[in-house]
Design a protein around this ligand. Sequence first.
Ligand SMILES: Cc1cc2nc3c(=O)[nH]c(=O)nc-3n(C[C@H](O)[C@H](O)[C@H](O)COP(=O)(O)O)c2cc1C
Length: 187
Amino acid sequence: MIYRPIVLDKEIVFSKKKFIVSKTDTKGNILFVNKNFSEISGYSEEELMGMPHNVLRHPDMPRSIFFLVWNSLKAGREVSGVVKNLAKSGYYYWVIADFSIKRNNQGDIESFTAFRRAAPNQVIEEIEELYATMLDIEKKHGIKGSLSYLESFLEEKHMSYDDFLEELIRPKGIVGALLSSFKRMFS
Ligand SMILES: Cc1cc2nc3c(=O)[nH]c(=O)nc-3n(C[C@H](O)[C@H](O)[C@H](O)COP(=O)(O)O)c2cc1C
């Protein structure tokens, strides 16, 4: 049984130098988490092992965002996303997540790894409004409706989803350098 906390409107703020890592099998069941993951989510490593990653799913997150993530990963395309996560305490924390793919010697997908960093306030402000609208539409018209809203939102900006994310979440300064070396440690 997955533990479902009572959702509380309180944010967990953490250092931009603290990277959160997890690895899953191809279905999204957790195989590995680093210390920061446990510390910030409030779940112990033992609790998390083998759990579906949606243990952290926050009800404010539109399903269509995870639909896009999984579509990319299944197609073998690495992807990023801005995610509001739900900690065991019921508090939330915003992350920018870069999802990467590991293949075995035969070239088949073996696992996925997500590297997360704290989302800066201006990123949260921009995405929060978009997600709130998408979620609202999703409740009435399902994932298809919220994806077509996203499409029109991007059309207005003359951007693809990838370009929009790239511009929004590109790591700046020291965080970019730290993140690159951190990713190398896990690959
Ligand atoms: C490597 C990896 C990391 C993930 N990390 C998160 C995460 O931090 N938070 C989250 O809500 N979902 C995460 N997901 C997506 C979940 O698997 C799931 O699709 C999502 O929580 C939505 O839940 P649902 O599919 O049951 O609707 C991750 C998936 C993968 C493959």
